[in-house]
Design a protein. Structure first.
Length: 306
């Protein structure tokens, strides 16, 4: 009996771990001109940045689901004998989100392609009741964040509250921020799907000194690809009652890319009060370069091709 209970616990724990993800999903339904579902149709998704392809077939009810997709831009195509091939481009997959892409096939030759842009897809989330916000790399780059600290980005989401210095949830607390009234130490931090919580106070183990003063993980803001903050995460996350901070770092594509920037903050640009003269002089430089083309070639053909 004890062995069965232990086995059941292990199975449930494994299922929970597999459900908690930082990747996205593309799903939908395929129908014919009359509105009837099309089963057995081939669905192919392709990441236009790295060339990753995944395929699936529609089930008996015409639905399909392709999970665990890295964040990025995808094209989705559906082909079936007796129907024209339908393609939807510019489908954006964000961290831990589901994108619905439905298809209404037209009769004709399979060699005929009908292509539409994903910009016309519904932008309202219909597959989940989660509430929160997602910050992409473009948004993060264009925001003048004090100290270039990613934790300041969390305060841009609704429901987040904390001290004026944006360091703790309240004066004298060891927490970080409060989400919808929860404790500042009741948040769950994930970095590329990995637990990033301090085991003593349950504070984030990213950009924090740690309870014993040991250096923790340093995460440059320029390394963040997307940051998603959920205030009512699904049961798959569990663990904490506060916010789910899901962070995904930048990764490679088939093209060279990087960044070089300078942030200058001076007291000369700050209005002086009657009794206090504010003097600030902060200059920050950042240079990043991702040699992704070489990495992709290495993975595909081996070091001899570089």
């Amino acid at each position: 009996m004890k062995f069965r209970m232990l086995l059941g616990f292990v199975v449930l724990a494994a299922a929970a771990l597999s459900a908690q993800t930082f990747r996205g999903t593309i799903l939908g339904t395929v129908t014919d001109p009359s509105g009837a579902v099309v089963s057995g149709a081939k669905v192919t998704v392709r990441n236009t940045g790295i060339g990753l392809e995944r395929t699936a077939q529609t089930s008996a009810d015409g639905s399909y689901s392709i999970p665990e997709l890295p964040i990025g831009t995808y094209s989705v195509s559906v082909s079936q004998a007796g129907f024209q091939t339908s393609v939807t481009t510019e489908v954006t997959v964000d961290v831990a989100t589901e994108r619905r892409v439905d298809f209404a096939l037209k009769t004709g030759e399979v060699s005929t392609r009908v292509e539409v842009s994903g910009e016309f897809l519904p932008q309202v989330e219909t597959t989940s009741a989660e509430i929160g916000g997602t910050l992409t790399a473009d948004t993060i780059t264009n925001i003048p964040v004090n100290g270039r600290d990613y934790t300041k980005l969390v305060y841009l989401n609704p429901g987040v509250a904390g001290s004026p210095d944006q360091i703790s949830d309240s004066a004298g607390s060891f927490g970080t921020f409060s989400m919808n009234g929860s404790r500042g130490r009741a948040n769950n931090f994930l970095l590329d799907g990995t637990d990033m919580n301090d085991g003593y106070r349950n504070d984030p183990a990213i950009n924090e000194p740690g309870v014993f003063g040991d250096p923790a993980t340093i995460l440059p803001i320029d390394a963040v690809a997307e940051l998603r903050v959920l205030s009512n995460g699904e049961a798959e996350y569990g663990r904490n009652s506060g916010a789910i901070v899901n962070i995904v770092t930048k990764s490679g594509t088939n093209n060279w890319h990087g960044s070089a920037l300078e942030y200058w903050r001076s007291g000369q640009l700050v209005r002086e009060t009657i009794s206090i003269s504010t003097r600030i002089q902060r200059i920050r430089f950042s240079i990043t370069s991702l040699v992704d083309l070489l990495a992709v070639r290495w993975l595909r053909t081996g070091p001899s091709s570089i």
